[in-house]
Write a new protein. Structure first.
Length: 341
């Protein structure tokens, strides 16, 4: 995603969400104000400013406009700094409308009630950002599912799995050394993960230099997100080509294998808790990714997943025929997926 595309994404998110903030502010101003027009307008402006600030900041964070060094800072730094930004947005969003629209004297804004409101706002922001950080560490959506106990009892469902494996990782590690290779791998995983999240993927696991992504059946098929993700990853790596070349002397590429089928999903573990997927589907996806090397194709998908969705314009698929994959009970028809010229 180019920088202009990032900004377009941010503006779309802002355009869709900010009006609701303004309406909410108008409602609050009408409910708790003195009934005057100025109070109602001040409430609407408060909702507008706070929603613009928060949505713009969080959307910019999500698409990668916020500097990488900040986004990848230690947990505590991210938690406190994000909460302070939220607090700043809240304070500005409240003070400006009250003083300029509602004609509230500045001295009235330094009273104990306002100070306590600011303190409470900061701790609320801290709590929300803490939960968001935990959700990010566990994987998007995992925290909510664990809290709600959705998979406390195992259930069968259909999911798509995409395995992305860094090419020539051993040679790159030998060339860079362990410490620099770790930085390189962290950058690579961050770039491909960011692209995947923008297409609704869930991060299942990082296994060495491999990223395992998953979608439920509905999300995988919708807009062919599971296919589009791979090309979004390639685009993200290409956008950072100069940085990779300058810092590490190598630009990463990857193999990708995609498959969809039934799995059993459930919680496992006592001390370290996680949601696990069991069944042949994930094993088949791993074999498909490994088959990329045999066929010299960067991206292979099973016919099971390709036939279940509408292939977008600009993406071509080529059948390689039924292939016997090691460890998989039946032949799987493989499809080579490429971007159209």
């Amino acid at each position: 995603m180019t920088r202009s595309e990032m900004w377009r994404t941010v503006w779309r998110i802002v355009a869709l969400t900010v009006p609701w903030g303004a309406f909410a502010g108008l409602g609050i101003g009408l409910a708790i104000g003195d009934g005057g027009v100025r109070s109602i307008l001040a409430g609407g402006l408060i909702g507008l400013l706070i929603s613009i600030g928060m949505v713009t900041f969080d959307a910019s964070w999500g698409v990668g406009l916020i500097p990488r060094g900040w986004r990848e800072s230690p947990f505590l730094v991210v938690l406190v700094s994000r909460s302070l930004v939220w607090l700043l947005v809240i304070v500005i969003g409240i003070v400006v409308p009250l003083t300029l629209v509602a004609d509230v004297p500045v001295d009235d804004l330094t009273g104990s009630t306002v100070v306590w409101s600011v303190v409470v706002s900061f701790f609320v922001a801290l709590l929300i950002n803490f939960l968001a950080q935990i959700n990010r560490l566990l994987g998007r959506g995992v925290l909510v599912r664990l809290i709600l106990g959705r998979y406390h009892r195992p259930r069968e469902e259909v999911r798509a799995f995409l395995l992305v494996d860094l090419r020539e990782s051993t040679q790159i590690a030998e060339r860079l050394g362990n410490l620099r290779y770790h930085s390189f791998l962290k950058r690579f995983i961050g770039d491909v993960t960011g692209a995947a999240l923008r297409h609704g993927a869930e991060i299942y696991r990082y296994v060495g230099d491999e990223v395992i992504l998953t979608w439920d059946e509905r999300r995988a098929v919708r807009n062919a997100d599971c296919l589009r993700t791979v090309f979004a990853m390639e685009k993200a790596l290409d956008a950072g080509r100069d940085e990779y070349a300058t810092e590490f002397g190598v630009v990463p590429t990857f193999w990708a294998g995609l498959h969809m089928g039934p799995v059993v999903t459930g919680e496992i573990g006592g001390v370290k808790h996680e949601i696990a997927y069991l069944g042949d589907t994930l094993n088949a996806a791993a074999r498909i990714e490994q088959a990329c090397r045999d066929f010299g194709r960067a991206f292979l998908a099973s016919a099971d997943v390709v036939n279940a969705l509408d292939v977008p314009t600009g993406i071509t698929v080529e059948s390689l025929g039924p292939i016997e994959l090691r460890g998989v009970g039946s032949n799987v028809e493989l499809m080579a997926v490429t971007a159209a010229d």
